[in-house]
Design a protein around this ligand. Structure first.
Ligand code: ADP
Length: 365
């Protein structure tokens, strides 16, 4: 086993490290120089369009794929680099997939005990009891997988992954086979169990809400690269790129220009930009909850679509220039299609500014 050099006193060592990890399949670069660390107990969500490299990243950590370049460390051990290779069964990672992959001919208890064959018998059954309690399935220990609901099977899969006390749990779209109502509940239960176990986890999802609600940090991937790895709040409120802004929630973009330290666009002054000199051209990112509407017969802007979502109503507005903005309105507000409206930015918002495809917070030098 190759130990990673000790960290300075007082620092926490990451549970998981990917350093410049690249994986190619023929001409396709599925993972490109990935750099990522997870702190002990941290829950990372990986999200991005289909084919962006999420599963490849998970498979590289699990040892189901071998990197072409770079280093992967799990719990202070180098598990893959140019000279080292630990197979999956020696990596101390637990895996949870969407199809649960439980053994149909084994009871719940035996499914969970499967990975504990090195433990003495008494200790094994104690640990099985412990994780069954953790997922609140003690009463179903002697059932077979086909006698369980989808949500219960998912909890057994999680219990099996946690039983050997892994350094990290990797979950690949674990809730996508569950119907909508069940998914929210199973997701909350899973997160609670992972938190209770204190396990570092990496969860792949294609669902933006899931990525934001579950992750301590959200890793947004595109074309094999990490676009942004940040807290859910920062990914949503301060996206690093145009792609992250539009992929993580609804976003519209309006050209804007700096004049006398004010950022002005078609709908008026958007924000103050102290320190910016007159003349800079940027794009301002506006999310529907940041856009206010007021009926105004003199306005050139018109409501062109109204979508009822229950608690909120999404209004789409075309401005005089032809640009489109969307606005969430409260449940009871419904401006009919064709209504002339004045559009403004909700007070207190500091919208993201882009130059080209990159977010900027200060004027370029
Ligand atoms: P995601 O999980 O984000 O949908 P993947 O990691 O599965 O994406 O795939 C990333 C890219 O690598 C895609 O272009 C995919 O076609 C390619 N890829 C994945 N696995 C293989 C494989 N075993 N052989 C060839 N190409 C692959």
């Amino acid at each position: 086993m190759t130990q990673v050099p000790p960290s300075p006193p007082g620092s926490t060592r990451p549970a998981l490290v990917l350093k410049d990890v690249t994986k190619r399949y023929g001409g396709v670069v599925a993972a490109c120089a990935l750099r990522l660390e997870a702190e002990p107990g941290e829950l990372l969500t990986l999200i991005g369009p289909s084919g962006c490299g999420k599963s490849t990243t998970l498979r590289l950590v699990a040892g189901l794929e071998r990197p072409d370049e770079g280093t992967i460390c799990i719990a202070d051990e180098v598990v893959a680099d140019r000279r080292h290779w630990q197979p999956p069964e020696r990596r101390r990672v637990g895996l949870v997939f969407q199809d649960h992959a439980l053994f149909p001919h084994l009871t719940v208890a035996k499914n969970i005990a499967f990975g504990l064959d090195k433990l003495p018998r008494a200790e094994r059954s104690r640990r099985v009891g412990e994780v069954l309690d953790m997922v609140r399935l003690g009463h179903l220990a002697s059932r077979y997988p086909h006698e369980l609901s989808g949500g219960e099977q998912q909890r057994v899969a999680l219990a099996r992954a946690l039983a050997p006390k892994p350094a990290a749990v990797l979950l690949d779209e674990p809730f996508s086979n569950l119907d909508d109502n069940l998914r929210t509940k199973v997701r909350a239960d899973t997160v609670a169990v992972l938190r209770e176990a204190g396990t570092t986890a990496m969860l792949v999802t294609h669902d933006q809400t899931e990525a934001l609600t579950v992750g301590d940090r959200v890793v947004v991937m595109r074309d094999g690269e990490i676009e942004q790895a940040d807290t859910p709040e920062r990914v949503f409120e301060s996206p690093a790129t145009r792609f992250v802004a539009s992929f993580m929630g609804e976003a519209d973009f309006l050209p804007a220009r700096v004049r006398n330290a004010l950022l002005t666009c078609e709908i008026g002054v958007v924000s103050t930009v102290p320190g910016w000199t007159t003349g800079w051209d940027v794009d301002v990112v506006l999310r529907p909850h940041e856009v206010a509407l007021a009926v105004d017969p003199d306005s050139a802007a018109r409501v062109v679509a109204v979508e009822y979502h229950g608690a909120f109503v999404l209004h789409t507005v075309v401005l005089g220039s032809g640009s489109t903005l969307r606005s969430w309105q409260p449940h009871a507000v419904r401006h009919p299609i064709g209504t002339p409206v004045t559009v403004s930015v909700v007070p207190g918002i500091t919208p993201t500014l882009l130059i080209g495809d990159t977010a900027v917070t200060a004027p370029p030098l």
